[in-house]
Design a protein around this ligand. Structure first.
Ligand code: ADE
Length: 224
């Protein structure tokens, strides 16, 4: 899979891809992530990427021309399955969307900034608009990092034990059951004895029950 991220702040995006699972996924060649600084697609001396909005009002708007140049350049190089715009008024990201997107070959992720992008960018290029939640961030970069993390960890081979993504919270509309590690007794707080029993069918049954009970209590909406 290849992900091209278009941003005015590439430095804000680098570090999540330089550590842990995402870093290893890139090193293993399971995903390529490329950053494109919108300022590299401007013409004037001032590398202007934004301007005042027509009709008046506070806040700057990302201009269409540099975005068009960047996306058009990328599209001459390969076909894209999705061109995603990160925006608080997009569809709220969930595990199902991450699953779908992890199956794509090439995607572009455009990060908004300031008041967002000229509407014509959305009309002309964008195939999907995604929000990471009902709150407003300073820009789409952190949202893009969240989206990429959710997608990349699902690519086969990225997690060491492939089944571990399958047992994640949300994967089957259930929250994950509680997990424990050593010591078995911490200041009198004991690990449930079933987990120490070695009886794997019973452990599996216990986990399913716990997952269901937790979901009923914390997120009954998931069970509908
Ligand atoms: N840009 C600003 N706020 C955002 C959000 N909640 N999700 C995605 N992109 C955003």
């Amino acid at each position: 899979m290849r992900i091209d991220i278009i941003t005015v702040l590439p430095e804000l995006l680098q570090s999540p891809f330089d550590a842990s699972i995402l870093k290893r996924a890139i090193e293993k060649g399971l995903v390529e992530v490329h950053f494109h600084n919108l300022r590299d697609y401007t013409t004037g001396n001032y590398k202007q990427v934004d301007d005042y909005q027509f009709g008046g009002g506070a806040g700057m708007v990302l201009m269409i021309e540099p975005i068009d140049k960047c996306i058009s350049q990328l599209k001459t190089e390969r076909e894209y399955d999705e061109i995603i715009y990160m925006t608080p008024d997009g569809d709220t990201l969930n595990q199902g969307m991450a699953n779908q997107l992890s199956l794509k070959r090439n995607i572009i992720v455009l990060c908004g900034h300031y008041k967002g992008v000229d509407q014509r960018v959305r009309d002309m290029f964008i195939t999907r608009e995604i929000s990471i939640g009902d709150y407003v961030l300073s820009g789409g970069e952190l949202g893009a990092a969240v989206l990429c993390d959710a997608i990349i960890r699902l690519i086969p081979g990225v997690l060491n034990d492939e089944t571990s993504a399958l047992t994640d919270t949300f994967q089957d509309n259930l929250l994950a059951p509680p997990v424990y590690t050593r010591p078995a007794d911490y200041k009198g707080e004991k690990v449930p004895s079933i987990l120490l029993s070695g009886n794997f069918p019973e452990i599996e049954k216990w986990r399913e029950e716990k997952a269901l009970a937790k979901t009923k209590t914390k997120r009954p909406d998931l069970l509908k």
